[in-house]
Design a protein around this ligand. Structure first.
Ligand SMILES: Cc1ncc(C[n+]2csc(CCOP(=O)(O)OP(=O)(O)O)c2C)c(N)n1
Length: 345
């Protein structure tokens, strides 16, 4: 079973904080600011009915993606649920391709066939974007299985929400991943709520990382509002996976400032609670650290903000000017296994 230090949510090395260079702080700032400005624009466009259907914003959770991207390599794989606009942006997917996908245009990263919940980017090893709660967890284990089978040193980052840890898919995937020592990092982004239902109302165990103990899987709780903590925990887990020691289960404790999706009156939480988390906003905290460490000036950071605003505006223009897919292509990307044994004619 887990060691005493793990049971407290930490591994032995967890207290050693890395001294990060200027480039890493600047990456976090720029990456998180792009996610934030991009999604604030998505919120406006949704109100204008330019973006339709489902739309789940990641605003508040940005450190969970940015801190992990800085800890991994460009060959590692990623998979997440439907709150999926930000991870590809952090990996370097073009905002134009993500915005065009949200508009359902043919220039979108899923050729306009996926929409908000199905952002994919093969080049960045981003395997989506999945709408069924927990469905991507066994897929993440499968990606990790392929990496092990092909004898690479790559890992798979498999994200899901706190609602998904009560699904059978979570338990089956963790069990086999540990049995087969798969190079998978399972991440529960615990933002406190599954739609309008709090973790406290639905889970007997509220320290979610301890669920890893059932499978003897190294597990820890991580401050998901802090990219430094996210980076360090991800790097520790990746080292373990690359050494052949198998998976890790991380609980990134985070918060979403916006509703579950665009149609959420948020009656299940108080405004004070949201404000409390905003006081720890990862973008503001990193901006302050950059200034305190004299890595940059207010004017330079403002110029970065301005560049990002222009980039987001450009993505909207690109999406607006792109064409809708030809209806004839609607069935083109649907997988059919022609020789499936039960198809007889
Ligand atoms: C199997 C399944 N059951 C129910 C739903 C409806 N549903 C969509 S999102 C959601 C809440 C999931 O919350 P959580 O996993 O905590 O992720 P978060 O939205 O907080 O990122 C539910 C129940 C679904 N999509 N799939």
């Amino acid at each position: 079973m887990a060691t005493a230090t793990q049971a407290k949510g930490k591994t032995e090395k967890a207290d050693k904080k890395t001294a990060f260079p200027k480039e890493t702080y600047m990456f976090w700032y720029e990456s998180m600011q792009l996610m934030r400005k991009f999604e604030e624009k998505c919120g406006q466009l949704y109100g204008m009915q330019k973006i339709r259907g489902f739309c789940h914003l990641y605003i508040g959770q940005e450190a969970c993606a940015a801190g992990a991207v800085s800890a991994l390599t460009k060959d590692d794989s990623w998979i997440t649920a439907y709150r999926d606009h930000a991870h590809p942006l952090a990996l370097g997917t073009s905002p134009n391709a993500v915005m065009a996908e949200l508009y359902g245009k043919e220039t979108g990263c899923s050729k306009g066939n996926g929409g908000s919940m199905h952002i994919f980017d093969k080049e960045k090893h981003f395997f989506g974007g999945h709408g069924i709660v927990g469905a991507q967890i066994p897929l993440g284990a499968g990606i990790a299985f392929a990496e092990k089978y092909n004898k690479t040193k790559n890992v798979c980052m498999c994200y899901f929400g706190d609602g998904a840890v009560r699904q059978g898919a979570f338990h089956e995937a963790l069990n086999l991943a540990m049995l087969w020592k798969l190079p998978c990092i399972f991440i529960v982004e615990n933002n406190g709520y599954a739609m309008g239902t709090s973790v406290k109302r639905t889970s007997n165990v509220t320290d979610l990382y301890t669920l890893g103990d059932a499978y003897d899987m190294p597990s820890e709780a991580v401050d998901g509002m802090d990219p430094e903590a996210v980076h360090d925990a991800t790097a520790r887990a990746a080292e373990r996976a690359r050494n052949g020691d198998g998976p890790t289960f991380l609980e990134f404790r985070t918060y979403r400032y916006k509703g579950h999706s665009m149609s959420d009156p948020q009656k299940y939480r108080s405004k004070d609670e949201v404000e409390e988390y905003k006081q720890r906003d990862p973008i503001e905290v990193i901006r302050k650290k950059i200034l305190d460490k004299k890595f940059s000036t207010e004017a330079e950071l403002d110029a970065i903000d301005q560049k990002i605003v222009s980039q987001v505006e450009e993505s909207v223009k690109f999406a607006e000017e792109s064409k809708y897919p030809d209806p004839e292509t609607a069935l083109k990307y649907i997988y059919v296994q022609e020789d499936y044994p039960f198809i007889t004619d």
